[in-house]
Design a protein around this ligand. Structure first.
Ligand code: FPP
Length: 248
């Protein structure tokens, strides 16, 4: 049995009230949160980092195995240079201030996305943080940095084409599991729940393959206002939904 269908079977057997193993969040609304308060956008992003801290602690406390946060999309480069550099600055601060806690709490930090395009000092901070927490065995915090789902799928296709060209892969054998193994999320639990804050109803090039059977939840709360209670609400909604995976 493939990893994919095995996990689907487990989830179906789990039935109602189940805890999601893997939750992903599109953290949206920082700018609007700041605007409402007549503050600069960076104040919204700063408050967004506080929410990251609160929500990742809450996810750990609830026993969620993996939390994936969309911190910087491959499209975010289109923002004004000053905002991009503010976001990079916050990421530096986050790594500097929170790495110790993550290490102590047995958190495994993971990054999906092409973060090597970032400034060299930030790339080494990220690499250090990854190496430092790689030995941990607890909950996984995945940060999506310069991530784009279509690019992820294209890269998977490219690698499979190379293997086929080299005679290491029979094109006829390519199925969903073959592709899944090439994705950046291949060693994570299957995505159960995707939350987007701030009322926007789009996936914005985030985890397009992985959301095939995930429950989607769009909430009006702006990201800086999201907290452990909001996560608990989302988990409760998840538990009440019936996942049928195309069955009846
Ligand atoms: C969306 O708000 C949020 C982002 C583009 C960035 C998310 C980043 C953080 C929460 C901080 C950095 C993260 C870490 C892990 C340190 P928006 O600016 O698009 O809000 P708006 O739509 O209201 O303008």
């Amino acid at each position: 049995v493939s990893r994919h269908s095995a996990s689907v079977a487990e989830a179906v057997a789990g039935g109602g009230g189940a805890l999601p193993r893997h939750v992903a969040i599109i953290m949206d609304g920082n700018g609007r949160w700041a605007k409402k308060r007549h503050l600069p956008r960076i104040a919204g992003h700063r408050a967004g980092v506080e929410a990251v801290r609160r929500v990742s602690r809450a996810a750990r406390a609830m026993g969620i195995e993996a939390l994936t946060l969309y911190a910087f999309s491959s499209e975010n480069w289109r923002r004004p240079e000053s905002e991009v550099s503010d976001l990079m600055g916050l990421l530096r601060l986050f790594l500097r201030n929170d790495l110790e806690e993550m290490a102590e709490e047995n958190v495994r930090l993971r990054v999906i996305g092409d973060y090597r395009r970032f400034a060299p000092d930030l790339v080494s901070m990220i690499d250090d943080a990854l190496a430092r927490t790689a030995v941990n065995t607890g909950p996984i915090l995945v940060i999506a940095l310069n991530y784009g789902s279509q690019a992820e799928i294209a890269a998977a296709a490219r690698r499979l084409a190379e293997q086929a060209r080299d005679g290491a892969l029979d094109p006829a054998s390519i199925d969903e599991d073959t592709i899944e193994r090439e994705l950046l999320t291949s060693d994570l639990p299957p995505l159960d729940l995707l939350i987007r804050t701030s009322g926007e109803v789009r996936l914005s090039n985030f985890l397009l393959w992985q959301t095939a059977y995930a429950e989607l939840l769009f909430v009006d709360t702006l990201w800086p206002d999201f907290d452990g209670a909001a996560l608990a609400d989302a988990v409760q909604v998840f538990g009440q939904r019936q996942r049928r995976y195309g069955g009846l």
